[in-house]
Design a binder for this molecule. Structure first.
Ligand code: AMP
Ligand code: MN
Ligand code: ZN
Length: 888
């Protein structure tokens, strides 16, 4: 749009005008005067074409334009047309709700602002066009956002408070459940603060009812807890952990299951292994339901439960807006009554239920208790002794499916609706429908317990074996210990391996850094990692390694609030990753194992697939028959005496070359050979710093004449004295013998070529990798040829820096850029006013400077944190991509 002629403004306006006509026409009818959209589009394109042609044939800036302008008629015409065009543009902008004071001269400070206005408006218009095209393609952006993997947002909910209108009960007229952002964070009112520290979970229990073995003193004796030093400015649990780790006291107790002993000694009574007569559940309508949100009621419930011989339990949980997750509700059903406990309210008091929950003479019936057992420990310090899991029973019975819905249908002929399962259970007050749903999770469970018990015995011809197995399963589940997610340096690899994608080192580094950032922030803000940055977005960012902060935003749809907030931090992480040498996957794998990867020569820093540092504009030229090394910057063609004879450049490469292709020994300098010998003589000089059972090197070994280290360092010192003399002589020789110098220089070049070619040999591997990932469904790996091309431009840049010989072809550097002085420009094209200083408009000056300014601006916009222009990208990027850009 702005790269060809000097009559850009006129050209743009021409296009705009055309659009405006089209828009006005489309207002009333889709395409009035046209038989269909196609003819309209054809006509529109024709009009744009002729407008473009016309603008191109306008008098060129310079002499021609100046000449024409000396005729008042031409001047007048230009002014009137200019006004007309501005009017059109202004109208289009208004139509799209953009700022439109382009014609309002008072509000304008200059061309720059006008230009910004046009750019902004173009962005808006293009964005809208894109959205409409998406819609036409069937992509509806107003649909619910993609939720993070693992989290499923509340499904369509049938409930009165959530229903459009109130009369009809039709299920189609429902809304999605209120979303988390409308809900106050329950964590805020917890008495005991959440401990997201990266330390193992320590049980919350401090009283142990029904104990056969008393609770370890660590939990009962507050004095012990107080032992921890006060200087630890960390959460209490963490301070405890650190303290006891240090003292090695109580550590075993801290991580033991408090009811391990009791569960180990639990025997199933005869009565529980005999065939029961299933006791029918009471109809829901005749059953009392108590909502418990006070300690008083909770105590009363506990007393009731202690008197019962069995009760059913279920929990509802929330995991999206919390790092560890929150138990939001507990449902309990006895044969007579249903109870729903607000566990957010009574979080710190629920431990009193341990009296009933750990009583071995009371059966606790759960359905699929694995998670419940962990949540009970984590949030309330509750344990279960004598657990029966109907899910395990269903498995033992080999039923068709083992879900609660299925058991309900199978045994109670009740159609349950599990749609609330994933509702946001933090909502208070709980909508009636959710209460009813929660209640039905336990209401029928004791009857089902009877039924499956009877069937398990029948199944096994009256023998208790199978039933006993289910009881044992229950015991195993009760013995589960809650494990807090612990972040380690390797955590990211676990997640990465699941992705079935191969990452190069830069991508893997980005993934690692993002993973660490996400974990840290999630713990800090008490949000799930999925809320902070869903894994699929994390992968996208790692794969794309966006150059700009906006690119990170573009990888996320919808943009997670914390990503938006910390986009600059994320950007710096991505940049850090981009600075990594681009290595092939095997090396990355070595790193994974914790081995020191073999260091590659620095050449790999600008591998052909490193698109990272080269902007799209710098299209490099890479031809096979032209030896790339000539263009390369690896070493300057100009032989520098100091550099080639010194230790500096070549040894850097040779020293770290792969052991499998050791550098050409004959081409090694004496210093290089020395370095090599020394390296070979080392077993591993860092061993003394490593915890190793078999190698014990004293730190003082360096000073112990009998040690190997001493020997090596002595040898080094001796050799270096010797070496210095040799080098002095060599230098003298070099100065004297120009021939030899030239020979050396050519050797260096050959070496450079060689190492460069070595680097090129790596190309297929990376390319293969790219091809593979493209096969895997990665679409953007098609970029390979372009990436390969970009290699040469990077070296060229480097060369320029070192040689300090900027070429004309390069874009003007920041220093050489002279900002355009708008006060000197004639804005007559727009306002027709005459400038005093310049009676004669100098078009040569203005358009060129203006063009520069525009380019410069564009760069600034891209690199800044803001999200300004999208117009420049519009042509290049795919539609879908552009639409991910944030809204203004
Ligand atoms: P339930 O035992 O079926 O009542 O489920 C208890 C809790 O587990 C629910 O409140 C959810 O938080 C969670 N949950 C159950 N099923 C799923 C699932 N398919 N995906 C994610 N979370 C689930
Ligand atoms: Mn459950
Ligand atoms: Zn449930």
């Amino acid at each position: 749009m702005m790269d060809s002629s000097n009559s850009n403004d006129a050209k743009d306006s021409g296009c705009q005008r055309d659009n405006s006509d089209a828009n006005e026409e489309m207002k009333d009818d889709l395409c009035p005067g046209f038989k269909d959209a196609d003819t309209f589009v054809k006509y529109g394109l024709g009009a744009v074409l002729s407008a473009t042609k016309a603008s191109a044939s306008l008098p060129l800036a310079g002499d021609e334009y100046d000449f024409y302008r000396s005729f008042p008629g031409f001047q007048e015409f230009c002014e009137s047309q200019g006004d007309k065009l501005l009017h059109c543009m202004s109208q289009i902008m208004q139509h799209h709700g953009c700022r439109s004071h382009i014609r309002d001269r008072d509000k304008l400070t200059g061309m720059e602002e006008r230009f910004d206005l046009v750019v902004d408006s173009n962005d808006v218009i293009l964005e809208r066009a894109g959205i409409l095209l998406d819609e036409a393609d069937g992509v509806n952006r107003s649909q619910k956002p993609v939720m993070p993997a693992g989290f499923q947002p509340p499904k369509v909910v049938v409930s009165s408070w959530n229903r459009k209108g109130s009369s009809s009960g039709s299920r189609s007229e429902t809304f999605r459940l209120l979303h988390a952002k409308n809900i106050a964070r329950p964590q805020l009112k917890f008495k005991e603060k959440i401990d997201n520290s990266n330390t193992p979970f320590i049980p919350k229990i401090f009283i142990k009812p029904n104990s056969l073995k008393p609770l370890a003193s660590y939990f009962t004796n507050k004095q012990i807890r107080k032992e921890r030093p006060e200087d630890l400015d960390v959460p209490a649990a963490l301070a405890d952990f650190i303290h006891h780790q240090r003292t090695q006291e109580h550590v075993e107790d801290m991580f033991a299951h408090p009811y391990q002993y009791e569960l180990d000694h639990l025997t199933v009574s005869e009565s529980l292994l005999s065939k029961p007569e299933p006791q029918m559940y009471k109809p829901l309508a005749e059953t009392n339901l108590t909502f418990i949100d006070s300690l008083e009621d909770l105590v009363a419930l506990n007393e009731k439960l202690c008197k019962s011989s069995e009760f059913a339990v279920d929990l509802e949980h929330h995991s999206y807006r919390s790092f560890l997750g929150l138990t939001c509700l507990m449902q309990i059903s006895t044969r007579e009554e249903d109870f729903i406990i607000d566990t957010l309210e009574l979080r710190s008091e629920l431990y009193i239920l341990n009296e009933a929950f750990t009583d071995p003479s009371i059966v606790k019936v759960f359905h699929g208790a694995d998670s419940d057992i962990e949540w009970l420990q984590r949030d309330f310090g509750l344990y279960v002794v004598n657990l029966f899991d109907t899910h395990q029973a269903s498995r033992a019975l080999n039923l068709a499916r083992h879900s609660l819905d299925h058991l309900l249908k199978h045994f109670c002929n009740v159609d349950s609706d599990k749609r609330y399962q994933l509702a946001d259970w933090r909502i208070r007050p709980l909508p009636e429908e959710m209460i009813q749903y929660a209640r039905s999770d336990t209401h029928y469970l004791l009857y089902i317990y009877d039924c499956v018990k009877a069937q398990l015995l029948d199944f096994n011809h009256g023998q208790p074996g199978l039933l006993q197995c289910v009881w044992n399963k229950g015991k195993d589940i009760s013995l589960k210990k809650y494990l807090k997610p612990i972040y380690t340096e390797e955590s990211y690899l676990e997640l990465q391996r699941k992705q079935k994608r191969s990452f190069n080192t830069q991508q893997l580094t980005a993934f690692r850094l993002l993973f660490a950032w996400r974990d840290k922030l999630a713990r800090q803000e008490d949000e799930s990692t999925g809320y902070v940055l869903p894994t699929h977005m994390m992968i996208k960012i790692s794969e794309e390694l966006p150059k700009e902060p906006q690119g990170i935003i573009a990888c996320c749809n919808p943009v997670p609030p914390l990503v938006r907030q910390q986009v600059n931090e994320l950007h710096s992480l991505v940049q850090q990753a981009r600075e990594m040498p681009l290595l092939k996957a095997e090396i990355a794998a070595q790193k994974k194992k914790g081995l020191t990867p073999v260091r590659k020569p620095e050449v790999s820093l600008f591998g052909p697939h490193d698109t990272s540092r080269v902007s799209g504009g710098e299209a490099p030229h890479f031809t096979a028959d032209e030896p790339a090394v000539k263009k390369g910057v690896l070493f300057s063609e100009d032989v520098d005496e100091e550099e080639t004879s010194g230790l500096l450049a070549p040894p850097k490469i040779t020293l770290f070359q792969d052991p499998e292709n050791p550098g050409d020994q004959s081409s090694m300098s004496v210093a290089q050979m020395k370095a090599r010998r020394i390296i070979e003589s080392f077993e591993n000089p860092f061993r003394m710093y490593l915890p190793s059972a078999d190698v014990r090197v004293n730190k003082n070994a360096k000073f112990d004449p009998s040690s190997k280290i001493f020997e090596i360092s002595k040898r080094w010192k001796l050799q270096s004295v010797e070496q210095q003399q040799k080098e002095l002589e060599a230098k003298k020789k070099i100065r004297e013998e120009a021939k030899q110098q030239a020979k050396k220089a050519s050797e260096q070049r050959a070496k450079a070529k060689q190492s460069y070619q070595e680097s090129l040999q790596k190309v297929p591997t990376v390319r293969q990798q790219a091809a593979e990932s493209a096969k895997d469904g990665g679409k953007k790996r098609v970029r390979v040829p372009c990436e390969a091309g970009e290699e040469t431009s990077k070296p060229r840049k480097k060369q320029m820096e070192s040689a300090e010989k900027p070429q004309k072809t390069e874009a003007p550097s920041q220093e050489s850029f002279r900002p355009f002085d708008y006060s000197q420009s004639d804005l007559k094209v727009f306002d027709g006013a005459k400038t005093k200083d310049f009676t004669q408009f100098d078009p040569n000056r203005q358009p060129r400077d203006f063009k520069k300014k525009k380019i410069h601006q564009g760069q600034n916009k891209n690199s800044g944190a803001g999200n300004r222009s999208m117009s420049y990208l519009a042509g290049k990027s795919e539609r879908g991509f552009r639409h991910n850009w944030p809204k203004r």
